[in-house]
Design a protein around this ligand. Structure first.
Ligand code: SF4
Ligand code: SF4
Length: 156
């Protein structure tokens, strides 16, 4: 997060690293994580990836946490983690829908409990753009990162 950001500062609690479904990882993201772990793509896919339909997901461990989450160290692949992980909590739904934002604020201790929706959206859009995380409309219609159609705001 940027120094100027006040809406969000990750507490590394890992709450967003658990849950059914897992994290989508594109082939490019798998290759990046495999390189970071200094293993081959085939070994990475065999040990860490589950295919569901046309999408690949990073597997969870037996307790439901992402296989790369470590209690003390946090994300073990942090420098190479998927863009979904890098973009949270600035997902499409949280930037478009006030009640989704409210739920995210309750769930994620990194979101300033006093930040209002407008500031959150402004800072989120800025962050996504700065980090190349905002997908175009045609990239993936169902993606939580598809934010290029969200109107930009001026700082309230
Ligand atoms: S890759 Fe890292 S940040 Fe993403 S869910 Fe797994 S542990 Fe969390
Ligand atoms: S729930 Fe929020 S504060 Fe906790 S690790 Fe995820 S983004 Fe960071």
């Amino acid at each position: 997060m940027t120094d100027s950001n006040t809406a969000f500062d990750c507490r590394m609690c890992g709450e967003c690293c658990q849950g059914v479904g897992g994290i989508v990882a594109t082939l490019a993201e798998q290759q990046r994580i495999a390189r970071y772990l200094q293993i081959g793509l085939e070994e990475f896919q065999k040990n860490y990836v589950q295919q569901k339909g046309s999408k690949s997901f990073i597997i969870n461990d037996s307790t439901g946490w992402c296989i790369f989450f470590h209690d003390d160290k946090g994300c073990l692949v942090h420098p190479a983690k998927p863009r979904t992980c890098r973009a949270w909590p600035f997902f499409r739904g949280n930037l478009l829908d006030r009640s989704s934002f409210e739920m995210a604020r309750q769930f994620c201790p990194g979101i300033d409990p006093d930040v209002n929706f407008e500031d959150f959206v402004f800072e989120g859009m800025e962050y996504l753009q700065q980090h190349g995380l905002s997908l175009d409309l045609e990239d993936d219609a169902g993606s939580a990162l598809r934010t290029s159609d969200i109107p930009s705001r001026t700082k309230p």
